[in-house]
Design a protein around this ligand. Structure first.
Ligand SMILES: [Zn+2]
Length: 299
C-alpha cells in the first residue's frame, strides 16, 4: 500500500480525507480520496503499489484494455469513442500546426486512436502495459507498440507530439513520465493530456459516486488548477484547454449505476444534459478536459 503523508503535488501537509469511494468495477473495496487544501489536488490514499495493482484491472468490463462489444455501456463507449477519435485528430492538427508528423501515444490500449493517426499519414509509436491490448493494437492496426519498460529505446527529441488519453491518472510516478515526455519531444513539441476533471459539474453532483474516481485504478484526480501546477513543475507550458464533451454522458450513466439506479442509461443521460450544456460555456467545469502543453523551444 502506498500512503502519502503530504500532498504528492505541492508537498503541503494540509491534506485531509475528502471522500470514501468504492471500487465498483472489480474488488468492491473502499479507498479514501484525499484533498490538499493548499493546491486543491485530490489523490487516492493507501492504494496498491505497482506490483499489486494488476488484480484491480482484471475485469471483462475494463473496456480501455479489451475490445468487447458486449453490454449496453460498452456499446455506448464505442460510439462515443468513434466520434471522439475524429475530434482528437482535429485538435492535434490544429495544436501542432502539422498535417503529418511523428506521434507517440502513451497508454495506447487497443490502438484505435494510434490507428486513426496512422491512417491520416502520421508516423506512429505506441506504449501499452497490457500485453493483450498491445498484441491487438499490433495485429489490428499494424502499429509499433512497446511496453513501458522499453521507453528508453525511443530516440530523444524525435516526436512532434505525445498524447496521453486518460492514462496519466493511472501512473504510479507521473513525474517520471513527464520527464520522459520532455526528453522524447522535439524542442517546441506538443503534448496532449486528457484527464477527468475533479472540479467538474458532474463530479460536484455525484460526489463519491462519481465514476471517474475509479479507485484504485485512478490514483490522481486533477482539476484545471492542480494540473496547471503539475505542468509548471514538470517544465511544460500549458497553452490551452479543450474538452471531450461527450464523456459526461458515459460518466453520468456509470455514476448513476454506482448510486444504484435501476435505469442508469436513462437517468444518466438526463442528468448529463444540463452538465453538457453548462460546460459548453465553461471548459474548466467540463467532465473531461484535454490540456494542450508545449515543450519550451529552447530545450
Ligand atoms: Zn497540494
Amino acid at each position: 500500500m502506498v500512503h502519502h503523508k503530504v500532498c504528492p503535488l505541492c508537498a503541503s501537509e494540509k491534506i485531509k480525507p475528502h471522500f470514501r469511494c468504492t471500487d465498483h468495477l472489480v474488488s468492491k473495496e473502499v479507498f479514501e480520496v484525499f484533498k490538499c487544501t493548499d493546491c486543491s489536488f485530490e489523490f487516492t490514499q493507501d492504494y496498491p503499489g505497482e506490483t499489486e495493482i494488476g488484480k484491480y484491472y482484471e475485469s471483462d468490463d475494463y473496456i480501455s484494455h479489451s475490445d468487447t462489444a458486449k453490454g449496453f455501456s460498452n456499446k455506448i463507449y464505442r460510439l462515443v469513442r468513434n466520434l471522439m477519435l475524429k475530434k482528437k485528430k482535429r485538435i492535434i492538427i490544429s495544436h501542432t500546426c502539422l498535417q503529418k508528423g511523428r506521434i507517440l501515444d502513451i497508454g495506447c490500449g487497443t490502438g484505435y486512436f494510434a490507428g486513426e493517426m496512422k491512417k491520416a499519414g502520421w508516423l506512429v509509436n505506441g506504449i501499452e502495459i497490457n500485453k493483450k491490448a498491445r498484441d491487438f493494437a499490433i495485429s489490428r492496426f499494424g502499429l509499433e507498440v512497446i511496453s513501458p519498460g522499453q521507453i528508453d529505446t525511443l530516440k530523444a527529441g524525435s516526436f512532434d507530439c505525445i498524447t496521453l488519453w486518460h492514462v496519466l491518472e493511472h501512473f504510479h510516478d507521473p513525474f517520471k513520465y513527464s520527464s520522459d515526455i520532455l526528453r522524447l519531444l522535439k524542442p517546441g513539441g506538443s503534448c496532449l493530456v486528457a484527464l477527468p476533471n475533479s472540479n467538474s459539474y458532474d463530479s460536484g453532483y455525484f460526489e463519491e459516486f462519481w465514476a471517474a474516481y475509479d479507485v484504485p485504478r485512478h490514483l490522481w484526480h486533477f482539476n484545471p488548477s492542480s494540473f496547471s501546477l503539475f505542468s509548471e513543475k514538470s517544465g511544460f507550458i500549458l497553452k490551452n484547454i479543450r474538452t471531450l464533451p461527450l464523456d459526461v454522458f458515459y460518466i453520468s450513466i456509470l455514476s448513476k449505476k454506482n448510486r444504484g439506479s435501476k435505469v442508469p442509461f436513462f437517468t444518466g443521460v438526463l442528468q448529463a444534459l444540463p452538465f453538457a450544456f453548462l460546460s459548453a460555456f465553461n471548459r474548466r467545469k467540463c467532465s473531461s478536459v484535454i490540456y494542450l502543453l508545449r515543450k519550451p523551444s529552447d530545450q
